[in-house]
Design a protein around this ligand. Structure first.
Ligand code: SAM
Length: 369
C-alpha cells in the first residue's frame, strides 16, 4: 500500500533552489510540482522542526505559466522538477536561481551563456528501483517506488525505455536497484564491464558501473567549450578525471598531462583511452579528500556534487594559475569560489545537462589575480 500523508492548502510564492517553490510563513514549506502565485493542496512528505517538504496533489488556482505535464508520473516521481512549465521558462528559472547564489550569481550575471540540447530523450543512463512489485523511480523525498510510466521516462530514448520494460518482463527476481545504459545494458555491478560513448576519433570507454556524463547531446559541446578554455601548450593536471574524457579531448593542446581519480577502474579505462588515441599522459589513483598530487599551472577539476575537497582548494591556491572547474552542483561551486580568493572569474557557461530536472552543469574559468 502506498504511504499516505497529511495534506495542506498552501500558497507557493517564489522559486527556491532545487526546483522547489516556497510557501513562506512561520513554518515555511518547500513544494515540489507547484508554481509561484498558485494555490495548491500538497502532501507533506517530510516535516522538520523549522520547515517542511511537500508534493503538490491538486492545483486549486493555477498559474498562467503552468502547462500540462507530458509525464503521467509527475509530480509523484522525484526525478523531474519542471514538467509543468515550458522549457524556455525552465531555463529562465534556472538562470534566476544561479543569480541568487552569492558570489557566483554576481560574478556570472552578465556573461552566463546557456548551452541546451534536446530536452527529451537526452539521458544515456538511468537507475531504476524495484520494490518487489513495481519497477520505477523513487517518489519525491520518499523511498517508495513510483511505477515506471506506461509511456516510459521522457528523459530516456525510446530504445532504452523499451529495453527497461523488457528487462522487468523477463526477470523473475530483479535486483532492488539496477543501472541501465544505452544502447541496452543492464549493468551488473559485480562484473567489471565496459561501456562506450561515440566521440569523433573513436569510441570512449568507461566502466559500465562507474561514472559517465549523462546528457548524450551536450557532451561534445561541453568538451569543446572546456578545450577552448585551456591555454595553449600548457602543462595540465586534471582532478576527478574519471575515464579521462576531458583530458583526452584537450589532447595535444596541453604540453603535458596528468589525471587523478579515486576509482581504479576509471584510471584503467583512462589509460586505455589515451593509448588508443596515441596520447601521452600519466594517471594516478588517489583519494583527493586525503591527498593531492603536485599540480601544474593549469588545472581542470570536475568533482562530484560535494565539490572540491579543502585539500584540493589549498593545493590550487598554492600552485595553479588557471583553474577550469566543471560542476554539477552550483551550491558547492559557489562555496568553493569563496575558498579561492586569489582568483577571478574570467569565463563561464551553464550546460543544461538535465532538462526538466533542477540540476545543471556549470563550467567556469578562474585566473590568478
Ligand atoms: C563528476 S565525475 C567526473 C569524471 C570525468 N570528468 C567525466 O566527465 O567522466 C567525478 C569523478 O570524481 C571521482 N571522485 C569522487 N570522489 C573522489 C575523491 N575523493 N578523490 C578523487 N576522485 C574522486 C569519481 O570517481 C568520478 O570519476
Amino acid at each position: 500500500m502506498s504511504p499516505t500523508f497529511p495534506e495542506e492548502r498552501l500558497n507557493p510564492a517564489r522559486w527556491a533552489q532545487n526546483g522547489l517553490v516556497i510557501a513562506p510563513g512561520s513554518h515555511p514549506t518547500f513544494i515540489h510540482g507547484a508554481l509561484p502565485g498558485e494555490v495548491v493542496r500538497a502532501s507533506i512528505v517530510k516535516r522538520q522542526a523549522k520547515l517542511s517538504f511537500a508534493r503538490t496533489s491538486a492545483v486549486e488556482k493555477s498559474s498562467a505559466d503552468r502547462i500540462a505535464s507530458d509525464c503521467s508520473a509527475f509530480p509523484e516521481c522525484g526525478g523531474c522538477s519542471f514538467r509543468h512549465v515550458s522549457y524556455a521558462h525552465e531555463l529562465e528559472i534556472k538562470r534566476q536561481l544561479i543569480r541568487e547564489l552569492k558570489p557566483l550569481g554576481d560574478l556570472t550575471a552578465d556573461i552566463l551563456e546557456i548551452f541546451t540540447g534536446e530536452p527529451t530523450g537526452y539521458r544515456n543512463q538511468t537507475r531504476i528501483q524495484w520494490d518487489g512489485k513495481n519497477a520505477g523511480f523513487f517518489g519525491y523525498h520518499l523511498h517508495s517506488v513510483v511505477p515506471f510510466p506506461e509511456h516510459g521516462c521522457k528523459n530516456l530514448s525510446d530504445r532504452l525505455n523499451t529495453f527497461i520494460r523488457q528487462h522487468y518482463k523477463s526477470q523473475k527476481s530483479p535486483s532492488r536497484e539496477t543501472t541501465f545504459r544505452e544502447p541496452g545494458i543492464a549493468v551488473d555491478p559485480t562484473k567489471a564491464g565496459a561501456a562506450t560513448f561515440d566521440l569523433p576519433g573513436g569510441a570512449w570507454k568507461f566502466a559500465a558501473s562507474g561514472f559517465f556524463q549523462a546528457n548524450k547531446f551536450l557532451i561534445l559541446p561541453w568538451l569543446n567549450f572546456i578545450k577552448d578554455l585551456v591555454p595553449d601548450a600548457t602543462p595540465l593536471s586534471e582532478l576527478y578525471c574519471g575515464s579521462g574524457i576531458i583530458g583526452g579531448w584537450v589532447g595535444d593542446r596541453a604540453k603535458s598531462y596528468s589525471g587523478t581519480d579515486v576509482a581504479r577502474p576509471n584510471i584503467e579505462f583512462a589509460r586505455e583511452n589515451f593509448k588508443a588515441r596515441g596520447l601521452k599522459g600519466s594517471f594516478e589513483v588517489m583519494d583527493l579528500e586525503r591527498e593531492v598530487p603536485e599540480l601544474k599551472p593549469t588545472c581542470i577539476a570536475n568533482p562530484a556534487r560535494a565539490g572540491l575537497s579543502p585539500a584540493v582548494c589549498d593545493a590550487i591556491r598554492a600552485n595553479v594559475k588557471t583553474l577550469i572547474y566543471s560542476s554539477c552542483n552550483p551550491a558547492t561551486l559557489n562555496r568553493d569560489l569563496t575558498r579561492l580568493p586569489e582568483f577571478s572569474l574570467t569565463n563561464c557557461a551553464m550546460f543544461d545537462f538535465f532538462p526538466r530536472t533542477h540540476h545543471v552543469e556549470m563550467v567556469i574559468r578562474l585566473d590568478r589575480k
